[in-house]
Write a protein that binds this ligand. Sequence first.
Ligand code: GLU
Length: 511
Amino acid sequence: MSVRVRFAPSPTGALHIGGVRTALYNYLFAKQQGGTFILRIEDTDQNRYVPGAEAYIIESLKWLGLTPDEGVGDFGGTFGPYRQSDRKDIYHKYALELVERGHAYYAFDTPEELEQRRQETDNFTYHFATRNGLSNSLVLPQDEVHARLNSGAPYVIRLKVEPDQEIHIRDLIRGDVRFQSSELDDKVLLKADGMPTYHLANIVDDHLMQISHVIRGEEWLPSTAHHVLLYRGFGWEDTMPQFAHLPLILKPVGNGKLSKRDGAKFGMPVFPLSWEGETADDSFTGFRETGFLPEAVLNFLALLGWHPGDDRELFNLDELIDAFSVEHISKGGARFDYEKAKWFNQKYIQAAENDILASHIRPLADEKGYRVSDAYLATVAGLMKERVTFLPDFVEKGYYLFEPVLDYDLDMLQKKWQDGTAQVVRELKTLVAEAMPYESASLEQAVKTFIQEKGLKPGDVLPLLRLALAGTMQGPAVFDMAVALGRDEFAGRLDLLVQQGEKLLSSAVGS
Ligand code: GLU
């Protein structure tokens, strides 16, 4: 049987990073098995539908390169439509079929009646022990049922769960999982508005779309009991997919599941892309906008619940496809370690080609109004890539590669600036103006010779050059920066340093 897996998110808001991990594991599994990765949108819950959420899901998958082989929008495929709200008639038909097969029934209880039951009985459950006393087609006479249906009275269709059955699945991650049917409720399958519930739509679609493996979050494990009963009820048990329920993603510290609020709490992204919700509370900065490379996010997420069985940590998407195995997904929760995410980003930035980085830096530079060539951005990428964590750091930490130094390390300047330093810097400026050729090694050699001839020490001179160029003692190698910025700019910055140094000296003398 061919492997067909689906990522089936509900468009109820921004897609949480846990959802992205589910998509990734489905993708990796499909690709490794030579199978098909399908994107299905589960939007049958009208109350929770959020406009823009479907587009967000698609954009997230595209950003990460997890392109579906079949699915909503323009992904194609012959099992569509892939959006459940476009499949309403299909579910209706199957709900009726289940009634005919004796595994589902009509229920006419109004919300008020059910509410009253809940008031009267603690833990009221609509199931085998209570359904006989309720208003449904199992107890009402046949002609009354027909009359009610014909009159257009509202009804739902419920799954008829028979008591005392054992339900068993062999979860690919958790092993044997057993449920007792007597503990289950008679789930609503078709709602009064004619829409299916998640359970019905999910099973009908997995069957019709010939899904072979269901890989999803562990919060869906309890529902699986009902899903198995649905497969049985339809007589589809032979082609029931295999299940794999993924472990939770845990908060960075403390107990519990990573929540969207943890983003603000710990100052880190928990969504792939930024999202503007109705309220500030529902607006988030994404991994992308924080300045992560998609490859780093994929690598980080892959290891959040899966391990390769050895101590390798760096995997590009192809390597992940090769190494991935469901057996190596952990049962226990995986802790969200933001420091690790940052570490991956640093590694991927360091390993990226300069011109690729340049294309990522371009919009950031444009936004700041820096008018520079692609070649210059590639040079900046090369100079800074060992020193940044996020993409915006190239223009923020490395701002002095785009505009004059705004901020000098004054302690350092004070330490290095003495009577006579101004003269040394002026002579260095002449040297810079005349150095031939103007490139890193010869410039360095010229400066070294100068230091020797003047009887100075490198520690007296090199920090000054660094301060002139960057204002800070951090940053790329001095002569590489000097060459990147160009002769005239370097000379100009030496002038500015003299002004700054002299100002400091006179204020120190004056005080
Ligand atoms: N629509 C469900 C969700 O929002 C998917 C559950 C499943 O994959 O079966 O996560």
